[in-house]
Design a protein around this ligand. Structure first.
Ligand code: SF4
Length: 275
């Protein structure tokens, strides 16, 4: 019989769990005049479920003119929050407490005259939110990009919560080499590290791995990358419908899931693999 092993840490993190339960509560209370600002999580099944319950995801604060708006775990820039307040929209804040802590750090150092160097994916909602709290900032996606910066003494480097520790360290080492006075705030969330550490252990124990999560989920993509870098056969799928035929050639299969993947999707996939 095929053996399926789950990673020791996988699936919903605290921030995602919290944001999803906020929207679920609105749905349970029967409110219809509510939207989420962007997909509440990077998981299409969950977004579709809430849309069918009358709580759609909208792309921009400009699209909401009444009712309630839920901020997702990544947070939003303060300017967008002000726009909502001006329109009299009731804000329901699903920003992860760990992301709020990063906002506070950026605000504090920015008010002391520091340039903020944000390490992460410039198109990610969390980065846009963080940048909104800084007066003067740079966004750096890689050590290569960092090499073209000349950070002043009063620079504070902060990370996107979901990037890999090694990516952050390589950027910081380039920046430190340019100016040893810079302040470094590692705000990588332990949920990300726990899932990365667990998938490395898992990939050593199995013949192949399925990484489960939305195709646009940054932390899911990083789990996939980690396994492929270990030269272990690996697929990134978002649902049981996408299970690749080739996986059935293996007797020991590992499962992991990104921070925005609900347990029921993993359960469904495991069931199919066992057949
Ligand atoms: S990964 Fe961490 S910081 Fe991001 S939402 Fe989850 S708990 Fe919050």
């Amino acid at each position: 019989m095929r053996k399926i092993i789950r990673a020791e840490a996988m699936g919903f993190c605290m921030g995602v769990e919290r944001a999803v339960s906020i929207v679920q509560k609105i749905a349970d209370e029967g409110h219809r005049n509510a939207v989420t600002l962007g997909p509440i999580i990077h998981n299409q099944q969950i977004v579709d479920k809430f849309t069918s319950l009358g709580i759609p995801a909208i792309d921009s604060v400009d699209e909401v003119n009444e009712g309630r708006a839920v901020i997702r775990a990544h947070g939003i820039p303060p300017a967008e929050r002000q726009k909502l307040e001006k329109k009299g929209i009731e804000i329901i804040d699903g920003t992860c407490p760990k992301v709020i802590a990063s906002h506070k750090l950026v605000k504090k150092y920015s008010s002391m005259g520091y340039r903020i160097i944000i390490v992460g994916d410039r198109n990610h909602g969390e980065i846009k939110g963080l940048a909104g709290y800084a007066d003067d900032f740079d966004i750096v996606g890689s050590a290569e990009e960092a090499s073209s910066l000349n950070p002043p003494d009063k620079s504070m480097v902060i990370s996107q919560t979901t990037i890999k520790e090694s990516e952050f360290e390589s950027v910081c080492s380039v920046l430190k080499g340019k100016n040893s006075h810079i302040v470094i705030q590692n705000s990588i969330c332990s949920a990300t590290n726990d899932r990365q550490t667990a998938v490395i252990k898992l990939a050593q124990e199995v013949e192949a791995v399925l990484v489960i999560g939305g195709k646009n989920s940054a932390n899911t993509k990083r789990l996939y990358l980690t396994v492929t870098e270990m030269n272990v056969p690996c697929w990134h799928i978002s649902s049981a419908q996408e299970i690749p035929r080739e996986i059935f050639e293996y007797d020991t299969i590992g499962l992991t899931a990104g921070a925005s993947t609900p347990d029921w999707i993993v359960d469904e996939i495991e069931e199919k693999l066992k057949r």
